[in-house]
Write a new protein. Sequence first.
Length: 417
Amino acid sequence: MKIKQVLVTLFTALFLSSCVEEALLLVEGGMSGTGISSGRITGFGSIYVNGVRYDVDQATFFRDGEIVSGQAAFSVGEFVTVTGVPAADGSSSTATQVSFDSLLVGEVTAPSRDTVSVTVMGQVVNVDNLTVLHGLTQLSELRVGNVVEVSGVRDAAGSITASSLSLRQQRYPQDGSLLKLSGSVTALQTDIAAFRLGELVVDYSTAQLEGFAPGAMLQNAQWVEVETRSALQGQTVLASKVRWKPTRKEFPQNTRLEVEGIITVVESASRFSVNGQAVMLQNNTRFDGLQAAELALNLAVEVEGVIDTNGTLQASRVALRHAKSAPADIRWQGTLTAIDAARQRFVLLGSTFVVDQASMLLGERDAINRQTSTAFALLNVGDAVEVDALLQADGTFKVLRLQRARLPSPDDWESGR
């Protein structure tokens, strides 16, 4: 039985850059070649970020501030910050440093009731069709008390959309493991050393305060990161650290920056912000997949350029990274009927799909139920796949994510599943 199913999916603002909030390490960039790239890992065998293959043989790796042994410590879908030297053709680079900082690590405080959101440490975490789940296959599997790690981005309203969500423990192990969350301080009560972050009360009476200017005090509306090494006490977090967090990163002039993220501010037709980074369009800015007039809040884009004297990213290129509505964004399910290995294309349900270095190709799960990546060369005619893609001007579809899938059997159709 030949099965064809095309699902048109309305996407919420995408994934992107959990380490944009924490792990953008400052380096002296400049036109000499060294630069910074922040984005989601789309593949391994080296590391692929923002459509670039990074040779990581000589790189130093950091995870939440700790040195780790190599790329095996990272998972597909996680946002990393890469410091490297790009190759002349722009398609490959040599990385000197790769770092990851989780956006949220904590206990599930309310289970998913709609399959697209779950509450972690009192903060709502949304997923979309590009979110990669590790340790679970669907959000409904999570239970109150499960400990998860979230990599993602906050949209213009401050809501979290996860690029990856990993189940770390069934319950908090009571061994002093680190949990962390961030947000804006509200309801500050200095007399009892407490404030609120979203739905939770933070007790900072025994916490170490970091990042504040000498003599400065906590204030309402400050953005902070809270760490704890204790399980939640009802709705209270006993903080071990409270760290002031700047609302944006500062980069030296001439830093070559490539950032994948969400548009969080639109100031004018030529000026906007991505993950808090100010961006200015130029007369020669190149657009891929969209026009300047289409830039809007919560649109997911990739921006390349150079930091100017004011800390603004002068954009040389802006590319659409995640469409918000049909018909530009379509989910396809079916079997591959033709493969063009030389041009990295395949045919699915009569349409042609193009794979590039920014495409995330997902394979089988590993022994601990972690989602793994695969390679185009491992795809075969007859493989069942599920594909999210962007419609391009030439009528082909650019693959955002491909997942090997089990197609419904005749029994599924007969039983109505």
